[in-house]
Design a protein around this ligand. Structure first.
Ligand code: FEO
Length: 169
């Protein structure tokens, strides 16, 4: 049985994952409308993955006798300046998610809830992967410095990245 404190922390994490999915969907739509089809593909996939992260939490809470809350979401930004801005936002957002996940892990330890602690390890590993991926793209875009030809190649490669991204678990 989940303690109320853990249930609250996991529900807060549901909101964060749902917001991530929503946010990345808005970015995907912007990228598609700007003709960055490869990046759009990558972001649509990323948005789907975040939704799966959310559902995993919903099901875990309910399985353990808690009550998952499906939150309402604010309308995300719909205009972005560039791909560089998008990946900067993603990296900063994922850093925030990691720090929130670490807080949940801390609460699990203080509450001696080793089952939830074990469950959260999947998120800890996933965050490592997501931060490192976002950082790679931020670095690449910085190197390119807005060069149109390089951006074209970047976008083309993103479509392959979307296809080879490990399927959301
Ligand atoms: Fe599910 Fe990107 O955090």
């Amino acid at each position: 049985m989940l303690s109320k404190k853990i249930e609250k922390a996991l529900n807060a994490q549901i909101l964060l994952e749902a917001e991530s999915s929503h946010y990345y969907l808005a970015m995907a739509s912007w990228a598609e409308s700007e003709g960055y089809n490869g990046t759009a593909e990558f972001l649509y996939t990323h948005s789907d993955e975040e939704r799966i992260h959310m559902i995993k939490l919903v099901r875990f809470i309910n399985d353990r006798g808690g009550k998952a809350v499906i939150p309402s979401l604010k309308e995300p930004a719909s205009k972005f300046k560039s791909l560089t801005e998008i990946f900067d936002i993603i990296l900063n957002h994922e850093i925030l998610v990691t720090s929130e996940i670490n807080k949940v892990v801390d609460i699990c330890l203080s509450e001696k809830d080793y089952t939830t602690h074990n469950f959260m390890q999947w998120y800890v590993a996933e965050q490592l992967e997501e931060e490192s991926l976002a950082k790679t793209y931020v670095d690449k875009l910085k190197l390119m410095g807005g060069d149109k030809g390089a951006l074209y190649m970047f976008d083309r490669d993103m479509s392959t990245a979307a296809q080879t991204k490990p399927a959301a678990k």
